[in-house]
Design a protein around this ligand. Structure first.
Ligand code: MG
Length: 378
């Protein structure tokens, strides 16, 4: 493996042709399509990764030819390199895309390649990634059910209760039924708390839907219903708004699923004063950068709970990261049932009495379902 070389980078865009089967409320991201990245080596080992963004745009970032010294497609940058050099290759991909990159889709695309490089390392060494990151034995990770908020209090309570009956001790409802109507939003949360009782953890995700006055009032209402956190009540770039909100309320405020790199997360912590940071390993810079972001959170006494709203490629990367760290309290379990969500991998992460375990195989510990992918690849 000392002389192992990357010989090809393959991108596979998978798109399901049908609308989501859950018709009663609008579907959010992570279901219609995804970009799978395969990094092939001269020793016959192939690593897999996933990019969570617009797949067509990310594919262009990977396949673009040399334009300027700091404007190079990712594939050209890593061909011939040793996949074990995850740190050096991250820095190379970051600096050589700095004209069109530094944030956004270039970092999303780097994330998919970085995950695939870690998968190669694990496979070559015959070890799961979490062992390479610093943990000898996996412990069960507490999971929260992550689902969409219906637009009616009774339906909201039924949706939450459904997942509690499945064994979850924590449920997050978001997007969908939340509007800028404070009274209706509060009624949704009130009914969920009433039906679940005092012992189940509840989170809410506003999906960037509110301005500061509504966010302040909603956060105060959420305090009353003892929510564990309120996610994305404000637009991603309103760091001054987040600072005002976080200083004004006791409720934990969470964001970060659209943020990239340790610098972006430093700003969320220092300028935005956020309590809970949610890096997405398939967007923020891969496994390499998520570990750094988690360390940054630790140093600032903030809580890191990675965002995980896609296939079990990302779920496995996320679980390997959480397993290697000692202070991540929850795994976000995407409970929606769609072909893309459940079809691209042979193994799926299963809930066991409210907890999940990282896959035990080498690398990510999962394999692609090549028949499914061939059927849905575009
Ligand atoms: Mg969210």
């Amino acid at each position: 493996m000392a002389g192992m070389k990357i010989i090809d980078v393959e991108t596979i865009l998978v798109r399901q042709p049908t609308a989501c089967p859950m018709k009663e409320y609008p579907i959010s991201d992570g279901f219609r399509d995804c970009l799978i990245v395969k990094v092939h080596t001269d020793e016959g080992i192939t690593g897999i990764g996933e990019v969570q963004t617009s797949p067509t745009v990310a594919r262009a970032v990977i396949e673009a030819p040399f334009s300027l010294i700091a404007s190079v497609g990712l594939k050209e940058l890593i061909l011939g390199e040793n996949p074990f050099d995850t740190e050096a290759l991250w820095q190379k991909m970051y600096s050589k895309t700095s004209i069109f990159g530094r944030r956004g889709v270039a970092i999303h695309a780097i994330s998919g390649i970085d995950i695939a490089l870690w998968d190669i390392k694990g496979k070559a060494l015959g070890q799961p990634i979490y062992r390479l990151l610093g943990s000898s034995s996996p412990k069960p990770v507490k999971a929260y059910a992550s689902t969409l908020m219906p637009d009616d209090p009774h339906k909201a309570a039924c949706e939450a209760l459904r997942w509690v009956k499945d064994g979850f001790q924590a449920v997050k409802l978001g997007w969908g039924g939340f509007t800028d109507n404070i009274r209706k939003n509060a009624a949704l949360i009130k009914e969920v708390r009433k039906v679940l009782g005092p012992d189940i953890t509840i989170m809410a995700d506003a999906g960037m839907g509110w301005g500061l006055p509504t966010a302040l009032e909603m956060a105060r209402r959420c305090e009353e219903y003892e929510l564990y956190f309120l996610e994305e009540p404000l637009p991603s770039d309103d760091l001054e708004g987040y600072a005002v909100l976080c200083d004004a309320v006791d409720l934990r405020i969470a964001t970060g699923e659209k943020e990239t790199t340790k610098w972006g997360f430093r700003d969320l912590i220092v300028r935005g004063r956020l309590d809970i940071l949610q890096p997405d390993a398939a967007r923020c810079g891969g496994i390499t950068e998520t570990i750094k972001i988690a360390t940054l959170c630790s140093a600032f006494n903030r809580v890191c709970i990675p965002h995980n709203w896609s296939t079990d490629i990302l779920a496995s990367a996320t679980l390997n990261i959480i397993t290697a760290l000692s202070d991540v309290p929850y795994f976000e379990f995407n409970v929606l049932d769609t072909p893309i969500r459940n079809g691209v991998t042979r193994q799926t992460i299963k809930l066991d009495n409210g907890f999940v375990r990282v896959p035990e195989g080498p690398g990510l510990g999962i394999e692609l379902n090549e028949e499914f992918i061939a059927q849905y690849a575009v």
